[in-house]
Design a protein around this ligand. Structure first.
Ligand SMILES: [Zn+2]
Length: 209
């Protein structure tokens, strides 16, 4: 198997299964579409590996900030209450919704971070030929995680809930909220760079397992 960035291979369109001979190089910001169904297969990017590793590490640091401070504070009738990001699931756990609490914790914190870690490990593995863990396994984990990472869904649901609460209490969006907004933006950016063509091309370039 070729070990260069110009590795060429066949790729099945995710929409119509047409087998396509992908070009060795896609110019920056050029979208490659399926000739049969017009589905976007891949978008060219200048230096995607460096971008993904740098943005992933930044996003993980921002998540640490989001977990360290209060998320939203409410004040009504002279009483103030702060809630943090963990409480989005721990409050559900305290009320006996154990499974829902676990799902919320997974969808908004654990799975997005796991996805970024998998991508970074795949890139480090293939770039430096380390092979301390199977990149195929990491690729499968990353691919199956992505549909379940719901950072933007969580933010939208928080905003919808706030619209109702604003009439009852003074609401202040705290550091953690803004950190999570940045995390969700960085996460979405990484996910937009790493389409499945690019992910498996990276794995094919460097994997020996
Ligand atoms: Zn197609």
């Amino acid at each position: 198997m070729a070990h260069s960035d110009d590795c060429q291979y066949n790729y099945a369109c995710a929409e119509c299964d047409l087998l396509i001979d992908m070009p060795a190089h896609i110019p920056h910001r050029t979208a490659l579409v399926c000739p049969r169904c017009n589905h976007t297969l891949a978008v060219g990017h200048r230096n995607p590996k460096h971008h993904v590793v740098a943005v992933s590490i930044t996003a993980i640091i921002v998540m640490v900030i989001a977990l360290s401070f209060s998320f939203i504070s409410f004040s009504a009738n002279g009483q103030q209450r702060d809630i943090n990001l963990f409480q989005a699931s721990s409050e559900l756990f305290a009320q006996g919704y154990y499974f829902v609490a676990l799902l919320v914790l997974s969808f908004i914190i654990i799975l997005p971070i796991l996805y970024l870690l998998c991508l970074s490990l795949i890139i480090v593995n293939t770039q430096y030929k380390l092979h301390f863990i199977s990149t195929h396994l990491l690729g499968r984990i990353a691919s199956s995680i992505l549909p379940w990472a719901m950072t933007e869904v969580f933010l939208i649901s928080v905003l919808v809930a706030l619209i109702k609460i604003v009439s009852m209490a003074d609401v202040t969006l705290e550091i953690s909220f803004w950190a999570y907004v940045i995390f969700a933006t960085l996460f979405t950016y990484v996910a937009s760079i790493v389409d499945s063509h690019r992910l498996w091309q990276w794995i094919a370039q460097g994997d020996k397992w």
